[in-house]
Design a protein around this ligand. Sequence first.
Ligand SMILES: Cc1cc2nc3c(=O)[nH]c(=O)nc-3n(C[C@H](O)[C@H](O)[C@H](O)COP(=O)(O)OP(=O)(O)OC[C@H]3O[C@@H](n4cnc5c(N)ncnc54)[C@H](O)[C@@H]3O)c2cc1C
Length: 646
Amino acid sequence: MSEIKSKIPQGALADKWTTYKSTQNLVNPANKRKLDIIVIGTGLAGASAAASLGELGFNVKIFCYQDSPRRAHSIAAQGGINAAKNYQNDGDSVYRLFYDTIKGGDYRAREANVHRLAEVSNAIIDQCVAQGVPFAREYGGLLDNRSFGGAQVSRTFYARGQTGQQLLLGAYRALNRQINAGTVEMHNRDEMLELVIVDGKARGIISRNLITGEIEKHFGHAVVLASGGYGNVFYLSTNAMGSNTSAAWQVYKKGAYFGNPCFTQIHPTCIPVHGDYQSKLTLMSESLRNDGRIWVPKKKEDAEAIRKGLLKPTAIKEEDRDYYLERRYPAFGNLVPRDVASRAAKERCDAGFGVGSTGLAVYLDFATSINRLGKKVIEERYGNLFQMYEKIVDENPYETPMMIYPAVHYTMGGIWVDYELQTSIPGLFAIGEANFSDHGANRLGASALMQGLGDGYFVLPYTIQNYLSADIRTPRISTDSPAFSEAEKSAKDRIQKLMSIRGKHSVDSFHKRLGKIMWDKVGMARTKQSCTEAVAEIKVLREEFWKDVRVTGTPDELNPELEKALRVADFIELGELMARDALHREESCGGHFREEFQTEEGEALRNDGDFMYVAAWEYKGENQEPVLNKEVLEYENIKVAQRNYK
Ligand SMILES: Cc1cc2nc3c(=O)[nH]c(=O)nc-3n(C[C@H](O)[C@H](O)[C@H](O)COP(=O)(O)OP(=O)(O)OC[C@H]3O[C@@H](n4cnc5c(N)ncnc54)[C@H](O)[C@@H]3O)c2cc1C
């Protein structure tokens, strides 16, 4: 087991970040110009980091696999971004945002990081407003807020149902300014395949030009991973189809620890799965839970009649409806955190009260709010989401309740980082959803955008300097040096191996099979048995993949099948690690629900005595068991308790 150094600064919680910033080492302007930084990813995390580092004067190279930085998956974010501005005067504060986030994460996040996140949250809003992000405003002109799960205040800033898009346009503008100024070099359609390590430090990457297939070598004094989350390991998820784990998985295989890989977020309000040939799930934003009420029929016979198409939901009388979240959690009602809401939906459907043709759906009903506020107000708040729902389901949600069911949405796990957002490989940093970060075992809604932009605009630009200040005498390393050649050969060999299999089954068929194992055995509910089976089944799948996958085309051209094959190969290996992690964690916490560990009321039952730690997995080589390192979590400012939303 290796020692874990989380580098949390000494001192009072509220002073740690200020003290760090005042005492860290800086790089002077003349030296910044001599230092190169590689950023992988142009989502909110990567774009904000690259723009900030460019503005500071570093030389930045930034990569994405899309045809434009502004197509990063962040663009899909709908509901909003949290900040502790307390504009509503409803009792919010930095401490309350910090507290809600730690509690929401079921006490599995690092106090110091989360407090820092809450501290920088307000600056993010100021920054975005200055960039012209069109946040919703109230009649008087002030920025408007709405509520998200796990909070009793309204602290979520939003731009209709397109918050991610508007924030990304802001970050993209800042990035473009730097591209124009020559401090940032943009590499679209260029996918990182390997990390290059020289003398124990991250010094560059090997990438593939997705248009020509050319393998490229790039040097950087430091490398920043902002490559997003890995929810697509489940095949069906709300993530963009391209979202993948490969950058994170490849650095794990080079020595970066993987933190809490099994912590996955299943979002309660998604459009239910409707067939075997579906490849994507659609989120209905959590913001809808501000005005939508969740229910199922109280009587099984009503539920059955609805499933058979004999009864319409609007025909169910008020007294025959079970608003089960309001019943079980009166204090938070429909705005309980996502893990709690998802499990409650599953519980009702498993008990036979589910609706829709499959019985795996519950209602999200706006009738009460439309009566109270009028259709126009609801339309103003959620118009584009209602339109999206109607396009997909062909039902008008103003007239009949939406049907929703939980789906994979976000990964709290990711590359382990210390307080400085540095991984266990010196010079390699990870930000945004790619790191294991601040959300513990369950992320609160509207906190991912906050974290991605917080990391990129306000944290990394400081902490990376502390590292680079010791590197100012390091000259640029030639990409003809042996470390680059070795990494290049390894990437080329992997591609060659995949192309030469010429098997019988498509890449997608393997991905789909992996997704089924993951959802059935490492999904919303897990057991010792299911996780053990998953490890064994994924091993078999992996062997089959490498014997029987068929990758069409050639490597020297635009080849989406090859891109997918490289990604699915990594998903398969990650899936196994997730199952192992879920197997070893003999407790339930947040999104990790082991059926053996629950309270009498069916709530997650933590085991703080044995599992109050971050599981930081260390790669030990092919077919070797990974090593579990533990970062023990210490709570000095928050009283750890059983989560209660009643
Ligand atoms: C439908 C949906 C709605 C959401 N709504 C909200 C919300 O309202 N509020 C909220 O807080 N959160 C929301 N989230 C979560 C949030 O959107 C994401 O967590 C966040 O945007 C991730 O940002 P990121 O910058 O870390 O990564 P991403 O935006 O995923 O960007 C990843 C970048 O990395 C690049 N990349 C990846 N691998 C490579 C590689 N190997 N080589 C080169 N480039 C690579 C990609 O090209 C891309 O540019 C939502 C998520 C979904 C799925």
